[in-house]
Write a protein that binds this ligand. Sequence first.
Ligand SMILES: *Cc1c(COP(=O)(O)O)cnc(C)c1O
Length: 397
Amino acid sequence: MSFPPLEALNLQLNALDAQGLRRVRRHVESVCQPHLVVDGEALLAFNSNDYLGLAAHPLVVEALREGASLYGAGSGTSHLISGHSQAHQRLEEWLSIMFSSFVPSVRVLSVSTGYMANLGVLTALADSSKGDITFFSDALNHASLIDGIRLTREPFQVYRHADVADLSLRLSSCQSGTKVVVTDGVFSMDGDIAPLTDLLSLCEQHGAWLLVDDAHGFGVLGNSGAGALEHFNLRSAQLIYMGTLGKAAGVSGAFIAAHEHVIEWMVQRSRPYIYTTASAPALAHALLTSLRLISGEEGRRRRAHLQTLIEQLSTAPIPANWQRMVSSTAIQPLVIGSNQAVLQASADLKAQGIWISAIRAPTVPVNSARLRITLSASHSTQDVHRLVQAMSAESFL
Ligand SMILES: *Cc1c(COP(=O)(O)O)cnc(C)c1O
């Protein structure tokens, strides 16, 4: 090799190996559910965000097939050209009804991924402010929120994780005409829920928007599965809600629910929304079935079972030198510390047929490498029991 940029890349890749930071993708050969075949090996997995087990639900799978017959495999072009199908429209209308209790004059925009939804709403807000805007971002926010704020090239402040007092001081001393507080609803790597009631009253006091990324709450929290806003019983025109549809909803995609003016502005001006091909209408069609399941009896049953599993795991013993994070959600992280130690723990569990991914920096802070256990309604109590047994093995004592 004598092309210097390639040599430089190779050196940096080798450095990742030395730090235990090289990431590898495994090849899953079976349907999305806890009992997987991975590179030919049978494993019990605890790392999917398919919290309700809908990804492999027969009715959702059948609806996807039906959607493909009705609309074809793709959308052909962007929403503003001719890619906005009747299925997308129905999905948005269903979600609008679901969110009408939480945001007055609500309208919903369906977007192809949560990452794009965050880029889309953040840049649209910045674009409406004529350069007079400041973002306030929780220290543990998801990468897509951070990247969305960066893309605006507008000023931002990072407040201490879930610290309402710190945020209050920052809002008080900010003169910007538009203020936007940005937070995960359920924090993706810690599993704790943001103090949304206090955050919203602070935002109302300061005339700020509150953007809630509820990727891990939608479908899971709230009596009807509407997520964090339902969980806390919130209602405000200042709320902007981002929910994803590839996690608990089991399919793919995302949406923004907000006052109709916010949504109409996004349709007019949000570049990450406008300049991309609409998702396959068949996905939206499948999502209609998924949403019916989420808000109906089956959803309630699955959420109740998930809650049983959360209690089972969060009260079980863990190895003495691991630290359990305080979490009441399906995300139950165990902090181990160093990259090498977490990789070793992950490998030891794998030797017992259990697959939990090792999460390292930069996804989480340095020296807080962890096993991020996620539970799903498609796990059985026996599955969780197997995990607890595996963690009590010789190698972890
Ligand atoms: C997964 C996730 C996203 C991105 O959603 P995708 O639909 O997977 O692009 C955004 N925010 C949070 C907190 C997430 O966990």
